[in-house]
Design a binder for this molecule. Structure first.
Ligand code: PGA
Length: 246
């Protein structure tokens, strides 16, 4: 049976003092029901802080990006080995903000997922269509193209990743895909994964895009929706915990 997973994506938010309070509240408030995972992905400078605050708890932590390169002359980049040294379990790769604003291609995203896996991290691979792509009726083609690029590189190791379906038009906009719209895309992704490898049919498929405490339950009711990647609502402990408990 697949478990459930809720991951917070803090994006470029946080500060030493706020993080201390938020991490402590999460640690106290997370009751860790069986088969349910909770994690936060923080900015690089705070990985040590997440590690210090969450070690020994049932909450995992991770990075929001990693370099596809192992090391060397890549000014400003952070390698998977560096991230792994801070006890990370997860690394988000291919978030739509990185694809849109930092020019990450499907190929780069696949290389990042490969590097993360090789370092023992679980990549959370983001896929999702823009509003223009949805309106043009190309949602399926876009998400399958993004998934296939990673699957082609990983082969049967695709079974070891987590996928997050995040329609770009739903991110930070307060507009979510309806539970039915989300489930339709998740079903499609699940079918494609099972064609790559039977075991990959059990990959956790998270939904992301304006997930809040008051819409989480309806989204999680989808048969192929295994949890959420949560941006804005992961910055408030009560709201984030309410989502995780939904
Ligand atoms: P949001 O962001 O929950 O603020 O819409 C989700 C994400 O970008 O991962």
């Amino acid at each position: 049976m697949r478990g459930k997973l809720v991951v917070g994506n803090w994006k470029m938010n946080g500060g030493l003092r706020q993080n201390d309070a938020l991490l402590a509240e999460l640690r106290v408030g997370w009751t860790a029901p069986p088969m349910r995972g909770l994690a936060v992905c923080v900015s690089y400078p705070y990985l040590w802080q997440a590690q210090a605050a969450l070690s020994g708890s049932a909450i995992a932590w991770g990075a929001q990006n990693v370099s596809e390169h192992a090391g060397g002359a890549y000014t400003g980049e952070v390698s998977v080995a560096m991230v792994a040294e801070f006890g990370c379990r997860y690394a988000i790769v291919g978030h739509s903000e990185r694809r849109a604003w930092y020019g990450e291609s499907d190929g780069v995203v696949a290389a990042k997922a490969t590097a993360a896996l090789a370092a023992g991290l679980t990549p959370i691979v983001c896929v999702g269509e823009t509003l223009a792509e949805r309106e043009a009726g190309t949602t399926e083609a876009v998400v399958l193209r993004q998934l296939d690029a990673v699957a082609a590189k990983l082969g049967e190791r695709i079974g070891a990743v987590v996928i997050a379906y995040e329609p770009v038009w739903a991110i930070g906009t307060g507009r979510t895909a309806s539970p039915a719209e989300a489930q339709t895309v998740h079903r499609l992704l699940r079918k494609r994964l099972s064609r790559v490898d039977a075991a990959a049919a059990d990959v956790l498929l998270l939904y992301g895009g304006s997930v809040k405490a008051d819409n989480a339950k309806a989204l999680f009711a989808g048969a192929d929706i295994d949890g959420a990647l949560v941006g804005g609502a992961s910055l408030k402990a009560d709201e984030f915990l309410a989502i995780a408990h939904a």
